[in-house]
Design a protein around this ligand. Structure first.
Ligand code: MN
Length: 197
């Protein structure tokens, strides 16, 4: 079964003015699609290698599998984590867990934003539930194929790659981060957390 680029759960212009139509279209149709295509290609090459019993290039294709697989997973999460009527403080179970582990929503938001702004180069900041520690974590990935914490379930993803915001926000990443808070779909985040508990 080949992986397919999931359709956006809203129109390209639905996240305006916080996230502009041009960036959303390019980010989804070109960048996310490239991960899906790369993942399918890596899986096909690894299947071919298994069939031939020739693993000479396995290191390369395993890296491609991790890079494109993580890219596809995180971008799918990124789109689902936003909604046109999103934003505001966390709600429901996520709100309770955030207060429990971060003290308050404001403290959580400050740490998440600071971690996002501090990511070097291209990367991500994620609110995660770690089923091993049974607690929420804010984790960053400077290369999404690296630095993963095995077993962690990402709940909320913010894309900090420049293509995610540069057309509108240029070098003002903090402004994009601030705007993005108006789009968070806490209902979706809650659904993901509930699945972990
Ligand atoms: Mn991206």
């Amino acid at each position: 079964m080949k992986h397919e680029l999931p359709a956006l759960p809203y129109a390209y212009n639905a996240l305006e003015p916080y996230y502009d139509e041009q960036t959303v279209k390019l980010h989804h149709d070109a960048h996310h699609k490239a991960y899906v295509d790369g993942l399918n290609n890596a899986e096909a090459k690894l299947l071919e290698a298994r069939e031939k019993g020739d693993f000479a290039l396995v290191k390369h294709w395993e890296r491609e599998l991790a890079f494109h697989g993580s890219g596809h997973i995180l971008h799918t999460l990124f789109w689902d984590n936003m909604a046109p009527q999103g934003g505001g403080p966390a709600t429901g179970l996520v709100a309770e867990e955030i207060t429990k582990y971060f003290g308050s929503f404001d403290t959580f938001k400050k740490q998440f934003s600071a971690a996002a702004v501090a990511v070097e180069g291209s990367g991500w900041t994620l609110l995660c539930y770690n089923p091993i520690f049974k607690k929420l974590e804010i984790l960053t990935a400077e290369k999404h194929q690296n630095l993963t914490q095995w077993g962690v379930v990402p709940l909320l993803a913010l894309d900090l790659w420049e293509h995610a915001y540069y057309l509108k926000y240029q070098n003002k990443r903090a402004a994009f981060v601030e705007a993005w808070w108006n789009l968070v779909n806490w209902q979706d985040v809650n659904r993901r957390l509930a699945d972990c508990l």
